[in-house]
Design a protein around this ligand. Structure first.
Ligand SMILES: Cc1cc2nc3c(=O)[nH]c(=O)nc-3n(C[C@H](O)[C@H](O)[C@H](O)COP(=O)(O)O)c2cc1C
Length: 201
């Protein structure tokens, strides 16, 4: 008796999924335009996050949306963070920092929670869980024919941004998730063959 769990369609399903993954690539926020995801699409994207593995079921992450009417506040936080790093920043540099808050039509902050948990779970595992949640979200976004890009930067955990996001001491802003319609595509980047990163004992 065969112990295989592969159904007749499993292999082609997996190939289709892989093909689908291959269509995703990072889209810079300036190339993401309206329309962004509507409420129904956002529900699907956030539901995908909930399927991430989560050692100890401790829910070590959350997401904060930055709606249109709060982008100016985010821009000011970016400027404050810049001035804290460089009090001599020019007007041009301050404008560039502020502008970053206004790019993609849908902007979400990914937050890691490293609170003491029961069972205790290392921070690295919590970060892996958040990474899985993000990838699930990127793939569902791709399936919806929308584009996505992750961004970060020196302002990520500056006091001004932490204050705006009302992060607690055990929380850390990891990156922004930018979503929208892709205005222009870039050529796909080459991917490593599995043999480049898989070995055997
Ligand atoms: C946590 C995280 C933060 C990132 N921050 C930035 C960023 O600030 N700017 C940027 O251009 N790309 C950023 N990226 C996206 C990577 O540059 C991008 O994924 C990489 O170039 C590989 O391209 P791909 O996503 O198309 O495979 C980030 C990715 C991750 C996982």
């Amino acid at each position: 008796m065969s112990l295989t769990t592969e159904t007749p369609t499993a292999h082609s399903d997996a190939q289709r999924l892989l093909h689908h993954m291959a269509r995703r690539s990072h889209v810079a926020p300036k190339r993401l335009v309206v329309p962004g995801p509507d409420n129904g699409q956002l529900t699907l994207i956030f539901s995908a996050a909930a399927h991430a593995p989560d050692h100890g079921r401790i829910q070590p992450w959350r997401f904060i949306m930055v709606p249109e009417h709060r982008r100016a506040d985010l821009g000011e936080a970016f400027v404050r963070a810049l001035l804290q790093r460089d009090p001599q920043a020019s007007l041009e540099q301050r404008d560039a920092a502020r502008d970053k808050a206004f790019r993609a039509p849908c902007l979400v902050v990914a937050v890691l929670s490293d609170a003491p948990s029961e069972p205790p779970v290392p921070r690295a595992e919590k970060l892996v869980s958040l990474g899985c949640a993000l990838q699930n979200m990127l793939l569902v976004t791709q399936t919806l024919n929308l584009g996505s890009g992750l961004t970060s930067g020196q302002a990520m955990n500056a006091p001004a941004l932490r204050e705006l996001l009302a992060l607690s001491p055990h929380e850390e802003a990891i990156c922004f998730l930018n979503l929208g319609t892709v205005a222009s595509h870039k050529p796909a980047r080459p991917r490593a063959e599995a043999s480049a990163f898989v070995s055997s004992l």
